[in-house]
Ligand binder design. Sequence first.
Ligand SMILES: *[C@@H]1O[C@H](CO)[C@@H](O)[C@H](O)[C@H]1NC(C)=O
Ligand SMILES: *[C@@H]1O[C@H](CO)[C@@H](O)[C@H](O)[C@H]1NC(C)=O
Ligand SMILES: *[C@@H]1O[C@H](CO)[C@@H](O)[C@H](O)[C@H]1NC(C)=O
Ligand SMILES: *[C@@H]1O[C@H](CO)[C@@H](O)[C@H](O)[C@H]1NC(C)=O
Ligand SMILES: *[C@@H]1O[C@H](CO)[C@@H](O)[C@H](O)[C@H]1NC(C)=O
Ligand SMILES: *[C@@H]1O[C@H](CO)[C@@H](O)[C@H](O)[C@H]1NC(C)=O
Ligand SMILES: *[C@@H]1O[C@H](CO)[C@@H](O)[C@H](O)[C@H]1NC(C)=O
Length: 458
Amino acid sequence: MRLITVLYLFAIVVCVRCDYVYITKYIQVPVDHFSFAKNETFKLKYLVNDTYWQNSGPIFFYTGNEGAIETFAQNTGFIWEIAPIFHAYIVFAEHRYYGDSIPYGNTSDPTHLGYLTSSQALADFAYLIADLQKSLKHNNQGARSPVIAFGGSYGGMLAAWMRLKYPGSVQGALASSAPIFQFPGLTKCSKFNEILVSVFRSSYNDSCVRNIKKTWKEIRDTTATSDGKIKLSSTLKLCNNLTSTEDVTRLTDWLNDVYSNLAMVNYPYPANFLASLPAYPVREFCSRMGKSGKPVLDLLSDALSLYTNYTGQIKCININSSTNDFGEYLWNYQACTEMIMPMCTKDNIMYEASPWDFDKYVDSCYKTYGIRISRDDLAILEYGGKDALYTNVIFTNGLLDPWSGGGFLKSASSAYAMLLPNSAHHLDLRASNPADPDSVVTARQRIQDIISHWVRGL
Ligand SMILES: *[C@@H]1O[C@H](CO)[C@@H](O)[C@H](O)[C@H]1NC(C)=O
Ligand SMILES: *[C@@H]1O[C@H](CO)[C@@H](O)[C@H](O)[C@H]1NC(C)=O
Ligand SMILES: *[C@@H]1O[C@H](CO)[C@@H](O)[C@H](O)[C@H]1NC(C)=O
Ligand SMILES: *[C@@H]1O[C@H](CO)[C@@H](O)[C@H](O)[C@H]1NC(C)=O
Ligand SMILES: *[C@@H]1O[C@H](CO)[C@@H](O)[C@H](O)[C@H]1NC(C)=O
Ligand SMILES: *[C@@H]1O[C@H](CO)[C@@H](O)[C@H](O)[C@H]1NC(C)=O
Ligand SMILES: *[C@@H]1O[C@H](CO)[C@@H](O)[C@H](O)[C@H]1NC(C)=O
């Protein structure tokens, strides 16, 4: 069973054109917004560009995700492109515990992680917005600037929740590829995988997914012996020999992440991601995986090098690398506490069956963090699940994105659901590109129209 989900994505996307310019600032915020008995504070980082801002223009406020904020500033070209039109003040706010906004410094001590929650992060953002509006007013700029929240993926969930929880701070929100319903009982645990499989199938012929399916059993059979483990490590060019069953599980989890990531960044143009990837990487991956006449594990090795070694610079594959990543450690803490998103697979053309097992999940979380959560629905309790009443929120969902299954898919008054065929994970937030599908071009225009309406209506 796959224990931890892979929302952690955007933070490892390296910027393609690192040319958006901003000033880096810090604000001192409470470690605990919900207690008067504690007065520790820490520095929260945010990036600002006020070049386009004119008298009471809106504040475009990016609600940071699970990673250093600079990455999001460089990968959210849409904000930079429309800010001049709206005379907007641009802010990218870092999420607490990630990047440089760390309450207790770089410690992995789980007892210091207790203030890593989405509600504390939202309170940080509200605190910062209040401070910004005060200082902008002091500049004698007249009326209060309306605030529009923007975010993608987990950041998109935060943008929507910001509007839900702090409607006085944020007048509208764009939540791109935000799986706000990927929680227990709201979306089938198999949904993510079903979309993923359909993307792989439609990108190529069925030889690709059939060959992937064969690899699971091959991996199990080959690694039954220690010689087999060494042989497979060599076939796949791993940096360390597989030596235990835990290592084999780590390998299959890693492969799952690779497939999920490929589907998420299945963009119509080459993009930088870990290393660079070509346009439509799923199709490219499958054109290698779908060949015949070679053992499937050799095909897998060749196909994987597209993902791990597109630049030709990588000597070997480190399937452990992400486990040492501090950001991933933090996101997994969130996934083990508030953000429990059940994942499972049914026996299908690409995968073997793998059920969701909450008890096992809790055990694995306990091993890492010493925390044993008793309920799986904290995010639903806190944000209302499908009963939440969203107003002035735009939800965009790329239909090639496996996360779209847990997205907000049906419009209701001023909660707009936009479904974008041929679009992957928050493609609409990225800078415009000649290869963008029509769905994304049209959505960006519609989003601007709706935001103008919100901003004018105030
Ligand atoms: C804001 O961004 C524009 C375009 O990238 C840049 O020319 C300008 O110098 C930036 N302003 C600040 C204050 O960083
Ligand atoms: C809060 O800060 C004040 C002033 O620094 C200090 O006197 C007080 O003891 C602190 N309270 C707590 C609960 O730490
Ligand atoms: C945390 O560690 C990283 C990398 O080791 C370093 O760049 C960063 O400045 C540290 N942050 C803090 C707040 O200590
Ligand atoms: C899929 O395409 C590959 C390469 O063109 C070909 O070798 C293979 O036979 C095809 N498989 C099916 C099921 O059509
Ligand atoms: C894996 O084990 C084999 C046999 O002991 C050894 O020859 C090889 O160097 C090892 N590979 C790595 C990457 O450690
Ligand atoms: C991965 O890391 C674990 C723990 O650090 C280690 O025991 C194992 O040998 C590593 N496995 C591989 C394949 O790199
Ligand atoms: C990466 O590509 C280079 C150049 O083609 C090759 O020499 C190297 O073996 C590749 N590494 C892996 C892990 O496939």
